[in-house]
Design a protein around this ligand. Structure first.
Ligand SMILES: *Cc1c(COP(=O)(O)O)cnc(C)c1O
Length: 427
């Protein structure tokens, strides 16, 4: 068996049928925006490896800090012990995050960060003597991860998890915010979606611990960009009903939307913030759940006061070192100009797709470019075009999209947009 044959016989890939493997490239090396395949072909990683490699692959600053950490302390348990990479990363997170976010829980992956956030919300409500508040409200077409409780707040129909419906907790859903980011805001609660949200929260306030949503950008659930004013109003509704507000910024955090966090498009802050994906610059799996003092003190003042979560590899020093290095690169501030330039170029170069047959919409925000087709497209067929285009794209549903690394040059980005237009014609 060749290595690829072994892979295709034995290894499960994300969201695939292990008995009918799809086309797969063997990647030997990566540097900057480029992947080198086993036959020597170089292709641009236009997905930032699921939105994570914002500084490109193998950024020398991150690589050096991880190497140095590997030589000193690759791992130590976090119960009763601490270390410099965790503390240093914490300082950087406090510098960058919305200022009410003061307490940091380190965890292993985005889904776990969401689990932790949901647990915190329930434990907060229990601490305040409201144990019946253990359900969640959210908006449709969201995506929050693949673990059980996270799945329960994904879109119940299109969220990839509908076959588990019978095994999931029932949550409370309203339609996604109907007003898009670039449309005019309307104060009419029947038109802006807040009438439905208010009705849901009012009717179920004795049962709902928290409202969870992806602020401004719904990622995997539809690559839809909605009006930030919705979030300002949702904050007020949560305050009125003492419902915890969770922003899942696992996709949007660290500059992707043109602001450091999508929260920064609004005039409010959440009670709990989930961060992941780009946090280590795509070096390894890691995430955090941050809270304000209200949540931390609510939990701490209750019985037992301990927050009941603690993964074995919590605050792994290698991951903290990678994240600290990635955040230090963001603190230099170059990302702002880079993302603004990417946004302008994506707008200009994707606009012609609007005129193509089969294209339903073209959307750009920050370093996110989407061509939405009027039909479902095949990632496997797209795969067949990647080498000749020199660009790795992996469409899902009706969306052909890119989330390029922030360091993508204008020439490389031109190659990506040309590939997207090509796929819009052939898929
Ligand atoms: C990717 C994603 C998650 C899940 O993160 P994993 O690291 O894949 O577990 C959760 N929420 C959002 C918004 C995401 O984009």
């Amino acid at each position: 068996m060749t290595p690829l044959e072994f892979d295709q016989h034995h290894l499960w890939h994300p969201y695939t049928n292990v008995t009918k493997p799809g086309p797969t490239f063997v990647v030997k090396e990566a540097e900057g925006v480029w992947l080198t395949l086993d036959d020597g072909t170089r292709i641009i990683d236009a997905m930032s490896s699921w939105w994570s490699t914002i500084h490109g692959h193998r950024h020398p600053t991150i690589t050096k800090d991880v190497h140095d950490q590997l030589d000193r302390l690759p791992h130590v348990m976090f119960g009763g012990l601490t270390h410099d990479p965790a503390i240093e990363l914490g300082r950087r997170l406090l510098d960058l995050a919305p200022d009410t976010m003061q307490r940091i829980f380190y965890c292993d992956s985005g889904s776990v960060s969401v689990e932790v956030a949901l647990k915190m919300a329930v434990q907060y409500q229990v601490s305040l003597g409201r144990p019946a508040r253990c359900e969640f409200a959210t908006i449709r077409q969201g995506y929050h991860g693949d673990t059980w409780k996270a799945m329960s707040v994904c879109d119940p129909v299109t969220g990839m998890h509908h076959l588990f419906t019978g095994a999931l907790s029932i949550q409370h859903f309203v339609d996604r915010p109907p007003i898009a980011i670039d449309a005019d805001w309307s104060d009419d609660p029947a038109r802006n979606g807040l009438g439905a949200l208010e009705a849901l929260l009012t009717e179920n306030q004795d049962r709902i611990a928290a409202l969870i949503l992806e602020p401004v950008v719904q990622g995997t659930g539809g690559m839809y960009f909605y009006h930030p004013e919705y979030l300002n109003r949702a904050r007020a509704l949560c305050d009125a009903h003492d419902i915890v507000l969770i922003f899942d910024e696992i996709a949007t955090g660290f500059g992707r939307t043109g602001q450091m966090f999508a929260t920064d498009h609004t005039s409010v802050q959440p009670d709990i913030l989930c961060l992941g994906k780009a946090i280590t610059g795509g070096t390894m799996s890691f995430a955090t759940t941050m809270t304000n003092e209200k949540i931390a003190e609510g939990i701490g003042g209750g019985d037992p006061g301990l927050f009941m979560h603690g993964p074995t590899f919590m605050a792994n020093p290698l991951a903290c070192a990678a994240a600290g290095a990635s955040l230090s690169l963001l603190q230099r501030g170059d990302w702002q100009g880079q993302v603004a330039a990417i946004e302008a170029q994506l707008r200009a170069e994707l606009a012609p797709a609007r005129a193509l047959p089969g294209v339903a919409d073209v959307r750009v925000l920050g370093a996110i470019g989407v061509i939405e087709m009027d039909h479902v497209v095949s990632a496997d067929i797209a795969h067949g075009h990647c080498k000749e285009m020199g660009v790795f794209l992996r469409p899902f549903g009706k969306k052909i999209y890119t989330m390029p690394p922030f360091v993508t040059s204008p020439d490389e980005l031109r190659q990506i947009t040309a590939a997207m237009l090509h796929l819009a014609k052939v898929l």
